[in-house]
Design a protein around this ligand. Structure first.
Ligand SMILES: Cc1cc2nc3c(=O)[nH]c(=O)nc-3n(C[C@H](O)[C@H](O)[C@H](O)COP(=O)(O)OP(=O)(O)OC[C@H]3O[C@@H](n4cnc5c(N)ncnc54)[C@H](O)[C@@H]3O)c2cc1C
Length: 478
């Protein structure tokens, strides 16, 4: 088995890992980043979902919870989930850091604010560009305003975006400011080595320290061992917990998994809105326990999120130009759990949406319905597996009857969080406020898995800001 040595070994090249790797390389450390997915440059990307989704997503986009009533989307490629993201940049709402602090995650708020500033500046974060707003989103915004609601423009890091609407399958135009286009190449420029198509199987622990990681590369599964002074696990929620469990680190690991999760409502209009022909996501509407995000997926993904079976589904897909979509996004409680499956030999994500989660989701779906009817929609289609429509605003309350159990409607998340919660109290947390795994002084975790509870908004900005905050603190421990 071959072996190589470095100062800092980062596992995962997504939002957390890329920033840590970049800062460590800028500080003159020798850095190796291990990424189990492929290194696909913009020039190798295209607008074919059939080609891109299996190459970029974990389990080809088919990862589910163990109850099979929630899909969970994550990236498996250099840049991690940021490569597939819309680069919506939202800071944690004011209540979040104090709530985390009361769990024992002592992140200095002033230093965190500076890290948010740094990340936003480096990525060129700005309000979404009006020239890329879709026809369907404009209608949603007009409908919301006519009801006296206050939708807000998203802040995004998209560079000179052309509004092709394909953010979720990469960025063939190389404008999106994902980690793939920013912190990863910036880290490389300072000497970091990216080992793509390479998976960390386990972390070797010896005498209270991480000694090495054992990796497999490529289809042949060639095995090697990487020795480092410091290791930073940044494989993302679920994956990072799975890796710690596989490495025999079990205390509190896998618990407190939460999600921003949601369902999509579809509205049919008489006139064409061409929602797909623009940036997918540019406005949002905050609500009571939910956020509404009008959006539009590329065609194949739209087919998966558009309800109906056979002829009904085909008819709706042929009406794509006339459809508008909006998601009701809720943040769940930290009730999920990652376990190592004795049957399958890999991790399982155990999570069931609570009645409160579903009630918040319904509230959001009702607001979406009111907004779309106010915007002139002819009818609405519920996210239920049985095809159900709402033909007028007076029937919106039927949502209460039909959206009750996640077994009966489509529900999913692209924002898993937690599993390795941060708390200085080792009896409840996995990492301390210094990002080190309790009891292992040179093994750190820095990704969405350390959130003690859901950040309640889109997480990239917070994951990156936390990594920027963590980097000097971790490097100072070498
Ligand atoms: C389609 C989609 C759109 C999104 N859009 C937005 C958005 O617009 N705004 C927003 O705020 N959030 C968005 N998100 C969520 C956001 O991208 C994630 O919350 C964030 O990237 C999480 O950062 P992370 O570092 O924890 O993990 P990731 O960014 O997922 O990176 C983890 C990386 O580690 C690798 N890895 C895991 N285990 C191993 C291992 N054992 N060995 C080697 N490598 C490993 C994975 O392959 C992956 O590349 C989106 C997510 C998806 C899927």
């Amino acid at each position: 088995m071959t072996s190589e040595t470095c100062d800092v070994c980062v596992i995962g090249s997504g939002a957390g890992g890329s920033v840590i790797a970049c800062r460590a390389a800028q500080a003159g450390r020798s850095v190796v980043v291990i990424e189990r997915g492929p290194y696909l440059r913009a020039a190798q990307m295209n607008d074919s979902e059939i080609e891109m989704i299996p190459r970029l997503y974990k389990d080809g986009g088919l990862h589910m919870n163990s109850g099979l009533d929630m899909f969970i989307l994550q990236g498996t490629c250099v840049g991690g989930s940021t490569t597939l993201s819309n680069m919506v940049m939202m800071r944690a709402p004011e209540a979040v850091l104090p709530a985390w602090r009361s769990f024992g995650a002592e992140l200095d708020p002033a230093a965190m604010a500076r890290s948010y500033d740094t990340i936003e500046r480096e990525l060129g974060t700005a309000e979404s560009d009006p020239t890329t707003h879709s026809g369907s989103t404009r209608r949603f915004v007009a409908g919301a305003r006519s009801l006296g609601l206050s939708p807000r423009r998203m802040r995004k890091a998209l560079g000179a975006c052309r509004g092709c609407g394909n953010c979720n399958i990469g960025c063939a135009f190389d404008t999106k400011r994902s980690a793939l286009a920013t912190y990863v190449p910036w880290a490389e420029r300072h000497g970091a080595r990216i080992l793509a198509d390479t998976e960390v199987d386990r972390i070797e622990i010896r005498r209270g320290r991480a000694a090495a990681v054992h990796v497999r590369t490529g289809h042949g599964g060639e095995r090697s061992r990487i020795v480092a002074k410091q290791f930073v696990v940044a494989g993302g929620a679920i994956n990072s917990s799975a890796l710690l469990l596989r490495s025999g680190i079990r205390k509190n690991v896998g618990s407190r998994v939460s999600f921003n999760a949601g369902s999509m409502m579809v509205a049919e209009f008489d006139e064409p809105l061409d929602g797909y022909d623009a940036d997918q996501m540019t406005w949002f509407l905050p609500g009571d326990g939910f956020i509404i995000e009008p959006t539009h997926n590329p065609l194949m993904s739209a087919a998966l999120t558009t309800p109906g079976w056979l002829d009904e589904h085909e008819r709706l897909m042929r009406r794509q130009r006339h459809l508008a979509y909006a998601g009701s996004l809720i943040s769940t409680g930290p009730t999920g759990r990652v376990v190592q499956s004795p049957f399958w030999g890999h991790e399982e994500t155990r999570f069931r949406a609570s009645p409160d989660d579903v009630a918040a989701l319904r509230r959001g779906l009702k607001v979406i319905s009111e907004v779309f009817f106010a915007a002139g929609a002819r009818r609405l289609i519920l996210p239920t597996h049985r095809f159900r429509t709402i033909e007028s605003a007076s029937a919106i309350d039927t949502i209460d009857e039909h959206v009750v159990s996640t077994r009966h409607f489509s529900f999913g998340s692209a924002h898993p969080q937690g599993g390795n919660a941060m708390s200085s109290d080792a009896s409840v947390g996995v990492v301390g406020s210094d990002f080190a795994v309790h009891g292992l002084e040179n093994l750190f975790v820095c990704d969405a898995s350390i959130f003690p509870s859901s950040v309640t908004v889109n997480p990239i900005s917070t994951v990156m800001a936390i990594a920027d905050y963590a980097a000097p603190r971790i490097l100072a421990r070498a």
